[in-house]
Write a protein that binds this ligand. Structure first.
Ligand code: 5AD
Ligand code: SF4
Length: 349
């Protein structure tokens, strides 16, 4: 394969809308050639909005006192898992704010254990539960969790500290260390960045893509930054309009697909906040994962990382819609399939 330079990536990310078609086609061809050309569904369970961190952009930050906090019961989680299984999703994602208490980490271990037993290991579990100790991550891996998502948010350290408090609880190097630990523990490892942050440049975003390639990541979830009025970052000026962040995200997905053809890339909900048809578009330019939100409806309004988050009920109509959207992107759904990252399979076996 031809060597891709940072200059190439900067050029791709700088294309205006009319000049993106070659890039998008190239990404689509990479997906067809290097993946099973299927789209895999992961049922997303937003387990708890309690968070000990204080990220300057996120509605769940601990200093947001307006927000009512919740944690799902075991029964809620198991019935969501059952729904995912019956719907032939093949896998679930358990996502929450960060909580490192022993009681909490043991509760998660129990949940993983139960789900593994009920479905005989036939429902793959991805965790997205923030920064955790090596001991906790080992415990969860041993209980049967297969994948872990931990976004770096931006690979530029200065930019990282402009969107996080500069203290021990928000350490850039710690996050990188944990990504390494996850690999050591044989997780399929996912990361990602936000696109269109205040003071972010195309150069930063090109570095983000190269960072993810250099750490040899298996899965990626990246989406546009979207303001939340109850956060400090809301007041910051942004050079990118929402529309520009939307196109930039598509270009990031396409570029990443070309850079790492066999990884899993999610079409994130944040994109849909800007453009309702974005899911179809993201799939057509290289994404291969959709995460239908199966959190009980009564909690959805309390898991607002950003404003205007799209809330969809996962019913027959929704599934029909996804099927159509996947077909129109010249792909099909991988029912009952774990949807492993082929990159991970090659890396490990
Ligand atoms: N806009 C877009 N994405 C956000 N996230 C948190 N807040 C925002 C926001 N305002 C993303 C972060 C985090 C993930 C759970 O949600 O990337 O890792
Ligand atoms: Fe907590 Fe994650 Fe939001 Fe940061 S981005 S405040 S860690 S939920």
């Amino acid at each position: 394969m031809q060597l891709i330079t940072k200059q190439n990536i900067i050029q791709w990310l700088s294309y205006d809308e009319e000049h993106c078609s070659d890039l998008f086609l190239k990404a689509q061809n990479s997906k067809k050639q290097f993946t099973k050309n299927k789209v895999f569904l992961r049922g997303l369970i937003e387990y708890s909005n309690v968070c000990s961190k204080n990220c300057l952009y996120c509605g769940l930050r601990s200093h947001n006192k307006i927000l009512q906090r919740y944690t799902l019961s075991e029964e809620d989680v198991l019935s969501a898992a059952e729904f995912a299984y019956q719907s032939k999703f093949g896998s679930i994602v358990i996502q929450a704010g960060e909580n490192q208490s022993t009681k909490y980490t043991n509760t998660i271990t129990n949940l993983i254990d139960k789900i593994q037993n009920i479905y005989n290991g036939q429902l793959a579990i991805t965790l997205s539960l923030g920064e955790q100790s090596k001991e906790t991550l080992t415990q969860w891996r041993n209980a049967g969790a297969k994948r872990y998502l931990l976004r770096i948010e931006t690979s530029n350290q200065d930019l990282f500290y402009s969107i996080h408090p500069n203290d021990n609880n928000h350490s850039f190097s710690n996050r990188i260390k944990i990504l390494e630990v996850l690999k050591e523990l044989d997780y399929q490892v996912g990361t990602g960045v936000m696109i269109g942050l205040p003071n972010q440049t195309i150069d930063n975003l090109a570095d983000d893509l190269l960072f993810m390639k250099n750490i040899d990541i298996d899965m990626i979830g990246m989406g546009p930054y979207i303001e939340h009025s109850d956060t400090p970052l809301y007041a910051s000026k942004n050079t990118f309009s929402l529309k520009e962040r939307y196109l930039l995200t598509l270009k990031m997905i396409a570029s990443m697909r070309i850079l790492m053809p066999d990884i899993n890339i999610a079409a994130t909900t944040a994109l849909q906040t800007i453009e309702p048809n974005s899911r179809e578009k993201a799939i057509a330019v290289g994404a291969n994962i959709i995460m239908p939100n199966i959190t009980p409806l009564k909690y959805r309004e309390q898991y607002l990382l950003y404003e205007n988050k799209v809330q969809q009920i996962v019913d027959d109509d929704y599934i029909e819609n996804i099927k159509k959207c996947v077909q129109s992107a010249d792909s099909e759904i991988g029912w009952n399939d774990f949807g492993n990252s082929l990159h991970y399979d090659k890396r490990v076996f």
